[in-house]
Design a protein around this ligand. Structure first.
Ligand SMILES: Nc1ncnc2c1ncn2[C@@H]1O[C@H](COP(=O)(O)OP(=O)(O)OP(=O)(O)O)[C@@H](O)[C@H]1O
Ligand SMILES: [Zn+2]
Length: 830
């Protein structure tokens, strides 16, 4: 080790104590951990905030992220352990992301290590993937006499520590690992265990040079010129090999020659990127903006040119052409030399949008997409980190993308509840987007046809500028909506029908006229529950307090919370009455699909819901087939409502529209209104006018009536009145404190103690304490669940009290910290 050459930049080792660094580890604790830097081996001057390190933690090795630069301190805890290694090649968490994480950790009371994980490419902190490999030097050494038996085990290939110990039949000490690493014998690497499960295809791409070259320079190589020209006029600048063969016959020599000249290259790309490229592309012409679009765009550009934080609420009816505004705003932002972040609720559900934005920004775009393989995601992240891209398209966690010159953040469908994370750190990506925008002095655009009440209220308080689009961009009209009272239908048909006669007829007419149909039923499965008609018992999950749903696909009962799967019992599990007494009730998407297929045997019916998520590309395939009109009727849950633009859909049917209204949640009317408006908005976007049939047992409910009238403002007015009156968000701030524990008693005790404490201070604190109650779903995955919901007009004091109560409860040993979850600004109360 004496050979270590201290570089001039290395900091002096004086007697003010050892060099230390703070590290965040992926453990559910709210602290960072201090480690010593082996200063003889790792130059403290290069240990900066945001690097990946490998450290010993308890009996394991863990990857973590440095949360500070190296510092010296004389009063380090004497048993502070040393870092094993530090990857100084690249800062993996950029400075601007640190600021956002700091804010998030404070606001959501989150463990820093878990927060850090959100901001990293997948697998970076995954300890299971750590393996040790010999360097060429190490190989020579291990083969030599001096190498010793332990190191020799690695001659057969890289091993994890566990595997290595097993082979060497001895414990391998961390000091030894560090020593070998320092000697340059050992690499620590991550084992990419994921197989390349994404199908890839080879495409031919025109290179920069190929785009720039004047084809006449190719002289008399007419065929080459022709092929190059053909590729260049294609929007995407690439083509698949079979397509080229189809046009040019045996093209192989041509391709080779062009490749040699550097005008084209062959590239493997994931197949999903081709989506519909083989089909005649719905050529995404750059439209001339409508008057309303133009006005909105001008205001946004004015904001961008000021290069200061400001936020817009872009409220535009379904089909108003919000996407076109986003794309132009991004363009403008890039022209100003800054970067843009584009958030959508779920990328897998919007392949079309995905394609449009890729066509526009090509290589400058990175897609942080959870539905693609890990290695691709890591590659996308790496490109962002390396500053190779200027536009990032991502879902929720895209808000953490490292973009140092961020100038614009777009949150599309800002009302969508999938922006709120409902486990782990319960952050809201829209809210973080605003925080991030503020930190970066960027413009934030929140867009929706049905803005959330929170955002609307923020506009009313002067925080967001409102931009309104009242008309569809294509001049298409909003669809005619008909509310169908199912109570009458019940009487007439003498049973509880799935589809009204009216909707059936409408489907028939639509199909006959050559158009497409979407049917929404926001519940998956076949039947909702299995009831014993003798004793009234409903078949429940053994781990959760929810009833099991029957799935036709495997003829079994499923729990939608923990995925327990059970065969259908032969007799009632409560009273043992035989199977005849057992009857299925309620309907789900599987049943509607089967029913419609039966009614319209000559047409193709497809279904999209969570159950079909298993195959990664399934959603895109389903949407693809629907877009290319291989499918006539698409049945699905709320997934089919999201932002799709299928011009041939002229009928949308909504089955059981009032279903969501029976959920005990103060937002249920808002959620249902949004869902109905969004799904209705899929109808009649093209040349032919659209219609919508809403089947409901609650036809006079205001949220259904206003949705049918496309009247967001009327809905808003009414809903805001209720919220204000009942003191709910956006007028009150909320926290949901939940205690979950395998031991029912323990959980109940802790929550009661907390409630008592809160009640004793509530006068002073303008605090409303709801509960304690057992959660509506009292047990999930075997853990009992109790909650207190707190409301207050004053956010700071609300958060302060909640903290205090929980901390003292933990300090008194009533419960351990991990058993308590804080849901700040909660969206789920079940
Ligand atoms: N200026 C324009 N002229 C003509 N067509 C346009 C124009 N702008 C957008 N469009 C077209 O209008 C259709 C709807 O646009 P888009 O999907 O962006 O709507 P949206 O506002 O996002 O709607 P939703 O809220 O329903 O998702 C698209 O097919 C788009 O190509
Ligand atoms: Zn369950």
């Amino acid at each position: 080790m004496a050979a270590h050459d201290p570089s001039p930049a290395s900091l002096p080792l004086d007697d003010t104590g050892p060099w230390l660094v703070e590290v965040a580890l992926p453990v559910p604790l709210r602290q960072t951990f201090t480690y010593k830097i082996p200063a003889g081996d790792i130059n403290p001057a290069v240990v900066k905030r945001g690097l990946r390190v490998l450290v010993p933690f308890r009996s394991k090795l863990l990857y973590g992220i440095t949360m500070s630069d190296a510092y010296q301190s004389a009063d380090a805890y004497p048993r502070t352990r040393y870092l094993v290694s530090c990857d100084t090649r690249q800062i993996v968490i950029a400075e601007e992301v640190h600021h956002l994480l700091d804010w998030m950790v404070r606001y959501y009371r989150a463990p820093i290590g878990e927060a850090v994980k959100l901001a990293l490419p997948p697998g970076v902190l995954n300890e299971k993937e750590i393996q040790f490999a010999l360097s060429p030097n190490g190989k020579t050494f291990a083969e030599s006499e001096a190498g010793g038996i332990v190191l020799a085990q690695l001659l057969g290939g890289p091993l994890t520590r566990k595997e290595w110990q097993l082979k060497a039949k001895t414990e391998i000490k961390l000091e030894d690992i560090r020593f070998w690493e320092d000697q340059g014998y050992l690499f620590i690497q991550s084992r990419d265990r994921e197989k390349e499960s994404i199908p890839h295809v080879t495409v031919v791409v025109v290179t920069e040079a190929g785009r720039a070259v004047d084809p006449t320079e190719l002289g008399r190589a007419y065929k080459q010129i022709e092929l190059l020209r053909w590729l260049r006029v294609r929007e995407t600048h690439f083509a698949r090999i079979p397509e080229i063969y189809a046009v040019f016959g045996s093209a192989s020599p041509l391709l080779n020659q062009l490749e040699k000249k550097g005008f084209i290259e062959r590239k493997r790309i994931p197949k999903y990127e081709l989506l519909g490229d083989d089909a005649e592309t719905t050529a995404d012409a750059v439209h001339t903006l409508t008057e309303e679009q133009g006005a909105a765009f001008e205001e946004i550009t004015a904001g961008l040119d000021l290069a200061r934080f400001c936020s817009f609420l872009l409220f535009g009816v379904t089909g108003a052409g919000k996407t076109e505004i986003y794309l132009r705003a991004i363009q403008h932002c890039l022209e100003n030399g800054r970067q843009a972040l584009f958030l959508v609720p779920e990328i897998a559900l919007t392949p079309l949008m995905h394609r449009r934005i890729r066509d526009r920004f090509g290589e400058r775009l990175a897609i942080l997409h959870s539905a693609v393989g890990m290695s691709q995601r890591s590659e996308a992240w790496a490109n962002v980190l390396a500053g190779k891209v200027d536009v990032v398209l991502g879902a929720r966690s895209g808000v953490f993308a490292p973009l140092p010159r961020l100038g614009l953040v777009i949150v599309d469908e800002e009302h969508d509840q999938s922006y709120k994370q409902n486990d782990g750190i319960r952050y809201h990506a829209r809210d973080l987007a605003l925080v991030r925008g503020k930190m970066a002095e960027a413009v934030v655009v929140l867009g929706s046809a049905t803005p959330s009440l929170e955002s609307w209220q923020n506009h009313r308080r002067g925080r967001h500028h409102l931009l309104t689009l009242t008309k569809r961009a294509t001049k298409a009209k909003l669809p005619e909506v008909e509310i169908l009272d199912m109570r009458g239908e019940f009487k007439a048909q003498r049973k509880r029908p799935l589809l009204s006669r009216r909707l059936q007829a409408a489907i028939g007419e639509t199909l006959k006229s050559g158009n497409q149909v979407m049917i929404l039923l926001n519940r998956r499965g076949y039947h909702n529950f299995l009831l014993c008609r003798k004793c009234g018992h409903v078949e429940m999950c053994s781990q959760c307090e929810v009833c099991l749903t029957f799935h036709r696909t495997d003829e079994r009962l499923h729990c939608h919370y923990c995925n327990e799967i059970r065969p259908v019992p032969a007799a009632c599990s409560s009273c043992a009455a035989d199977g005849v007494a057992l009857q299925f009730f309620g309907e789900g998407t599987q049943q509607i699909e089967a029913h419609i297929q039966e009614l319209f045997p000559d047409y193709v019916v497809d279904r999209m819901d969570r159950d079909r998520l298993s195959a990664r590309e399934a959603h895109q395939k389903i949407l693809d087939k629907f877009e290319s009109r291989q499918t006539d009727i698409l049945v699905g849950t709320q997934m089919i409502a999201k932002g799709h633009d299928f011009p041939n859909v002229t009928l949308v049917g909504i089955v059981n529209a009032d279903q969501g209204l029976r959920i005990p949640d103060f937002r249920s009317a808002e959620t249902v209104f949004q869902l109905l408006t969004q799904v209705a908005g899929r109808s009649g976007r093209g040349k032919n006018p659209g219609r919508v049939v809403i089947q409901t047992y609650m036809p006079e409910h205001y949220c259904i009536r206003f949705a049918a009238d496309h009247d967001f403002l009327a809905f808003l007015k009414k809903e805001l009145t209720y919220r204000e009156h009942l003191f709910y968000p956006p007028f009150a701030h909320m926290i949901n404190i939940m205690v979950t524990h395998k031991d029912d008693q323990k959980a109940a005790q802790a929550i009661q103690w907390m409630a008592a404490q809160l009640n004793s201070v509530k006068q002073r604190a303008d605090l409303v304490v709801l509960g304690p109650t057992k959660a509506a779903i009292g047990r999930i995955k075997g853990a009992w669940r109790y909650q207190i919901v707190l409301k207050s007009g004053d956010r700071a004091s609300l958060h302060g009290f909640a903290d205090q109560v929980v901390e003292t409860c933990v300090a008194r040993g009533l419960i351990e910290r991990p058993a308590v979850t804080f849901d700040i600004d909660p969206y789920q109360f079940l």
